[in-house]
Design a protein. Structure first.
Length: 123
């Protein structure tokens, strides 16, 4: 019985050795095939002309003209009064008078408002 066990062990060792020897050959063949395919792709990529990407031009918004004015504001950022840009002194006086009357302090700040131009009619 000992001889049968010994024979089985040697037989299985030989089979596993054959399997191990066979598997690396297959793996190397696959690697070689993959490398060749990769080289062919690289050559094909080099030969093909590259397409240039087209970029769309961004639409620019129409320029809106702005008019600067002085605004008198309350502490809650509500506009109380509006003055032309050259009337800064009157705006400061208005803010001071509103602040003196016991209400919360008021301040002056530049406000830029869009100018509405009349549409020109043809004809």
């Amino acid at each position: 019985m000992a001889r049968k066990v010994a024979k089985k062990k040697t037989a299985t060792k030989k089979k596993t050795a054959k399997k191990k020897a066979a598997t690396p050959k297959k793996a190397t063949k696959k690697k070689v095939v993959k490398k060749e395919a990769a080289k062919k792709k690289k050559v094909a990529d080099k030969k093909a002309p590259k397409k240039k990407k087209t970029r769309r031009k961004k639409k620019t918004a129409e320029e809106i003209r702005l008019k600067a004015t002085w605004g008198v504001f309350s502490q809650t950022m509500k506009q109380v009064a509006s003055f032309e840009y050259h009337q800064k002194k009157q705006a400061l006086d208005k803010a001071a008078s509103l602040s003196k009357s016991g209400k919360p302090p008021h301040f002056v700040r530049v406000v830029k408002e869009p100018i509405e131009e009349p549409l020109e009619e043809e004809g």
